[in-house]
Design a binder for this molecule. Structure first.
Ligand SMILES: *[C@@H]1O[C@H](CO)[C@@H](O)[C@H](O)[C@H]1NC(C)=O
Ligand SMILES: *[C@@H]1O[C@H](CO)[C@@H](O)[C@H](O)[C@H]1NC(C)=O
Ligand SMILES: *[C@@H]1O[C@H](CO)[C@@H](O)[C@H](O)[C@H]1NC(C)=O
Ligand SMILES: *[C@@H]1O[C@H](CO)[C@@H](O)[C@H](O)[C@H]1NC(C)=O
Length: 443
């Protein structure tokens, strides 16, 4: 079992200033050792992938990233069936934005890399040496320096599972390319050893990126934790039994206080759970049955159709690590927002900020509790999971929004800000997902 620590991202001005100025000293990124891996937020103040000048910039960017994430999830949810489950990305996955990054290594001897975690993806890729157009923040993987690197051969079963496999006359190695909008990617299908802290996956199949054009490029490798048949989780079934859990720490700390545990060992025994629903049209997404929403103790009158699971349209609710702020389809969000505003009347006038439409001035704003009701499980969010606070601007916003207003907007997404400081257990063999409060943020 690996215990992967997650870095927390502060979104306060103080922390941004620290990251931008005094810098790395405040970031306190411990080394990996034993079975422990640290996890970085891909867009956090300590991330090697980039920094923001201000809290407003960061929130605006995260909201914008969520917009494209939602479009991606919706496209997955409504995608037609087919041989869609592949060990590498479909073109659509270029547009999705995973939030958390871990250190892994590939090859023999091991070459360190950053890979993003994504619970809604089955993809596996790494930027490879010489990749034209890759924007990796860390050195790319060099196949030539690995004694265990093996190109997947043309004619092998895996080669038939990737999109647009190319095996021109004379070629023995399987490669493929994909397009999405203005972006295209060319990759070699390959196998090598993958190490995650002390866990070693001896034959890991992934796309070795060789050429990327267009604007939607993955900045690092991707480790899909989706439950599709050929995802990382499925490839490592013998090691981890398709079971993992994480605790995402509060965004107010820079320390690595959260964890990701792979495998059934060490998982909580006593935890509230709700059944996983499977959508055969999109097997990688973690669908659950959201049955209602409460503000305080009041059960809201949410139209049943806004929550109903429907594999044919992709409608329903997914738990996702890659979306930052929970999105509800408009009829559900409006009901929540109205009751929330009613409870907050005394605080002052409602303002908006970035993508948030229910904000208040004042540093000591305490929101009512919000409870998401699932089959067999109620999850009551503590105040810090309900509102996002700007320390310098003294603004606090309801940290949720309506799903984008388009025809595909049928999906409710229970996102990572609302999951923080909870142990979230993904137990695929027993077809359930569990939640338990677990403060994993150091004071
Ligand atoms: C895909 O690969 C083939 C063969 O290398 C090439 O002719 C084609 O232009 C590529 N398509 C894209 C969109 O990159
Ligand atoms: C991070 O951890 C160190 C040592 O455990 C502690 O002194 C420091 O206050 C922590 N910082 C934050 C922001 O939590
Ligand atoms: C979700 O829960 C509702 C209310 O209990 C129930 O009517 C519905 O059948 C459930 N849907 C699924 C897919 O389990
Ligand atoms: C969730 O809360 C509602 C309202 O208080 C209650 O009726 C229901 O029994 C609770 N469900 C569970 C699984 O605890």
């Amino acid at each position: 079992m690996a215990c992967l620590l997650l870095l927390l991202l502060s979104i306060s001005h103080a922390a941004m200033a620290a990251a931008a100025g005094a810098g790395a000293s405040r970031c306190h990124i411990p080394k990996d050792d034993g079975s422990t891996l640290r996890v970085l937020h891909a867009f956090g103040p300590c991330s090697p992938l980039g920094q923001y000048a201000s809290w407003e910039d960061r929130v605006a960017d995260l909201v914008a990233r969520d917009e494209s994430r939602l479009a991606y999830l919706s496209s997955l949810a409504v995608a037609a069936t087919g041989s869609a489950s592949v060990p590498v990305a479909s073109g659509r996955q270029l547009l999705q934005i995973p939030n958390y990054v871990i250190r892994a290594s590939v090859g023999s001897p091991a070459q360190p890399l950053l890979v993003a975690l994504d619970t809604s993806s089955d993809a596996a890729w790494v930027p490879c040496f010489g990749c034209a157009g890759c924007t990796s923040a860390t050195p790319a993987f060099e196949p030539a320096r690995s004694a265990t690197y093996l190109p997947v051969r043309c004619g092998s079963p895996q080669c038939t599972q990737v999109p647009n496999p190319t095996c021109p006359a004379g070629a023995t190695a399987c490669s493929f390319n994909l397009t999405y909008g203005g972006s295209s990617v060319q990759a070699a299908l390959a196998q090598d050893v993958l190490a995650l802290a002390s866990n070693v996956v001896s034959v890991y199949t992934f796309g070795c990126l060789q050429k990327v054009t267009g604007s939607s490029m993955p900045p690092q490798g991707l480790l899909g934790l989706g439950r599709g048949p050929l995802s990382f989780l499925s490839q490592t079934r013998d090691l981890f039994s398709s079971t993992f859990s994480y605790c995402l720490p509060s965004f107010k700390s820079l320390n690595f206080t959260g964890s990701l545990k792979l495998g059934p060992a060490g998982q909580p025994r006593v935890i509230k759970t709700t059944p996983l629903l499977s959508n055969p049209r999109r097997s990688s997404l973690y669908y659950v049955n959201m049955t209602g929403i409460m503000v305080g103790r009041k059960v809201l009158d949410v139209p049943a159709a806004a929550l109903a699971f429907d594999p044919a349209t992709g409608a329903g609710t997914v738990v996702d690590s890659g979306t930052m702020f929970t999105r509800l389809v408009a009829p559900a969000y409006m009901v929540l927002r109205e009751e929330f505003r009613r409870r907050m009347r005394a605080v002052g006038p409602v303002t908006s900020l970035g993508g948030f439409d229910t904000c208040y001035s004042g540093s000591a704003v305490t929101p009512p509790s919000v409870t998401f009701m699932f089959t067999g499980m109620n999850v009551t969010l503590p105040p810090e999971n309900v509102m996002i606070h700007s320390t310098a601007g003294s603004t606090a916003c309801l940290a949720m929004a309506a799903a984008p207003d388009n025809v595909n907007s049928v999906l409710n997404v229970f996102a990572n800000m609302q999951q923080q400081n909870h142990r979230v257990l993904f137990d695929v063999p027993n077809s359930k997902i569990g939640f338990a409060r677990e403060p994993c943020t150091s004071a």
